[in-house]
Design a binder for this molecule. Structure first.
Ligand code: ATP
Ligand code: MG
Length: 263
């Protein structure tokens, strides 16, 4: 188990963004953002609506091209890679509803995710890779077990309740066996019960898998309970960075993020 931030500060970076800029026309959505995520660290990115949080995530997954700057993962620049290549390098993003195939079963969804991670999206020839299929099935099974969906393996994904769908999305992200899991507002649109189940799942992922993650989340209770470190964005810029305690007491953050309301 990694413990304490002292040991982490010397650890090599898993992910670094360097001077990342993204402009949409005249709007600077991401403005010179440099963040550094160590292996095993859980980092949350917070900030008001339009602060540039999703843009930052989409730059890291390479769904958006930066206007300037670099993204370094495991020591190599990934700025010229395609989204599926980034997945193969070890970065998964959860909570894209589009990642579920509604007409396929829960198990088939998990298997496709495992296959895609090993072989690139749909670039796989089943006939020449038969021996791999067993391990893909095992990986899918383990993944479903870890998100509590093994008992629903045969259910058509479209028939899952909303909360289970979200768990399947996490499962799909985990089936890729990522080194880094990115989550953008995982509890958006959830009932209080589903939110709690998702927070429990994030805690499990944190404790049992020891996974490094970057979480974008508006719910401060969740942010403070799961994060080692918090990065605060406002108008595309990093305005503060620190432990939950440091951020809680930071007046700039309170001003920018909550208009002066106590965190
Ligand atoms: N594809 C796009 N084209 C043009 N402008 C965009 C695009 N995507 C985002 N923006 C703008 O960039 C800014 C940052 O948006 P972004 O979605 O990253 O914010 P956010 O912090 O994720 O906000 P929220 O908390 O509402 O999800 C906003 O002003 C937004 O309108
Ligand atoms: Mg967003």
């Amino acid at each position: 188990m990694s413990s304490g931030s002292e040991s982490r500060s010397d650890a090599p970076s898993l992910l670094e963004t360097r001077g990342l800029v993204k402009e949409f026309g005249g709007l600077v959505a991401t403005d010179d953002v440099s963040i550094d995520v160590k292996r095993g660290e859980r980092v949350s990115v917070i900030g008001p609506n339009g602060a540039g949080k999703s843009t930052l995530i989409n730059l890291i997954t390479r769904r958006l091209d930066p206007t300037a700057g670099d993204i370094v993962f495991k020591g190599d620049s990934i700025v010229n890679l395609k989204p599926h290549q980034v997945v193969q390098r070890g970065i998964s993003k959860s909570f894209q509803t589009a990642s579920i195939f509604p007409d396929l079963t829960v198990m088939e969804n998990a298997e496709i995710a495992a296959l895609a991670a090993e072989n690139g999206e749909f670039g796989f020839n089943f006939l020449t890779h038969r021996d791999k299929l067993t391990s893909v099935h095992e990986l899918a099974e383990n993944t479903l077990e870890s998100v509590g969906l093994l008992s629903r393996a045969g259910t058509t994904a479209a028939d899952l309740p909303y909360g289970d769908k979200r768990r399947l999305e996490i499962g799909i992200a985990l089936a890729a066996e990522p080194d880094l899991l990115l989550m953008d507002e995982p509890t958006a649109g959830m009932s209080p019960e589903e939110t709690q189940a998702t927070v429990d799942l994030i805690e499990e992922v944190k404790e049992e898998l020891g996974l490094t993650f970057v979480l974008v989340e508006h719910d401060m209770e969740i942010v403070f309970s799961v994060s080692d470190r918090i990065v605060v964005l406002n108008r595309g810029r990093v305005i503060a960075e620190g432990t939950p305690d440091e951020i809680r007491g930071n007046p700039d953050v309170q001003e920018a993020y909550l208009g002066g309301v106590e965190l």
